[in-house]
Design a protein around this ligand. Structure first.
Ligand SMILES: Nc1ncnc2c1ncn2[C@@H]1O[C@H](COP(=O)(O)OP(=O)(O)OP(=O)(O)O)[C@@H](O)[C@H]1O
Length: 210
């Protein structure tokens, strides 16, 4: 597995007529770990969701390895190439068991192994909506690690430590820091941001490097 670049060129996203991501330009080098910080509601999640085809891009382009995702086949490839650790369950989602989610992420054996290391291996038969916030984050992370084991060269993680206890924050920050992928991690947690190579901050849809 070799890491790859991710570039955002003049990316703008809207909810209705409201612009929530405003002409964002950003290049993340191959293997770089970038922390994305900024106020609540400043557009961080929308930016990453747009890169995965989960939110429409009004204008601009996101390229992975120099390749834009312009069509359904390219988007499917993008989702194999970029592991995604969301912040929470999508509302109204079909009620999955933790084990079903783990098995859906790429390499199920690696995901199960990661779930064991993250202390959620015994929760496979539990519906996801019965897990605590921290248990759910650990399951999402284990699934993302399964995707990395299956060949994803990029990881986007949305506040991966927000619901974790202190020991969990350190464990997950160390685990993320050791991953040989290109990473964008949305985080307000200093243990996680300090372990990154670079920090970028969003404010009202705009991005600046800090
Ligand atoms: N489904 C939605 N419908 C309408 N507006 C939305 C929706 N989801 C998000 N927004 C709005 O879009 C803007 C950007 O939200 P986004 O979730 O990208 O911010 P964020 O920086 O990730 O915030 P946080 O740090 O609180 O997670 C916010 O003003 C938010 O209220």
């Amino acid at each position: 597995m070799t890491a790859t670049t991710v570039s955002f060129a003049s990316v703008t996203c809207r909810f209705g007529r409201r612009t929530v991501v405003d002409e964002v330009d950003l290049t993340v080098a191959a293997g770089e770990h970038l922390a994305l910080t900024g106020a609540n509601g400043s557009g961080k999640t929308t930016l990453l969701r747009a890169a995965l085809g989960l939110h429409p891009i009004a204008s601009g382009v996101v390229a992975v390895g120099g390749v834009p995702a312009d069509g359904p086949g390219a988007l499917a490839r993008r989702r194999r190439e970029v592991a995604w650790m969301p912040q929470r369950l999508a509302p109204g989602r079909f009620p999955l068991l933790a084990g079903e989610l783990l098995d859906s992420g790429g390499d199920p054996v690696a995901a199960r192994d990661a779930a064991g290391r993250l202390d959620v291996g015994s929760l496979r038969d539990r519906p996801l909506d019965t897990l605590s916030g921290g248990q759910l984050q650990r399951v999402f992370l284990a699934r993302a690690l399964g995707a990395v084991a299956a060949g994803a060269r990029v990881l986007f993680a949305d506040e991966p430590t927000a619901a974790l206890d202190f020991a969990g924050q350190e464990q997950v920050a160390a685990l993320l820091a050791a991953l040989p992928v290109t990473m964008v991690v949305i985080s307000h947690d200093r243990t996680t941001t300090r372990a990154c190579d670079r920090v970028a901050e969003m404010a009202a849809g705009r991005l600046r490097l800090v």
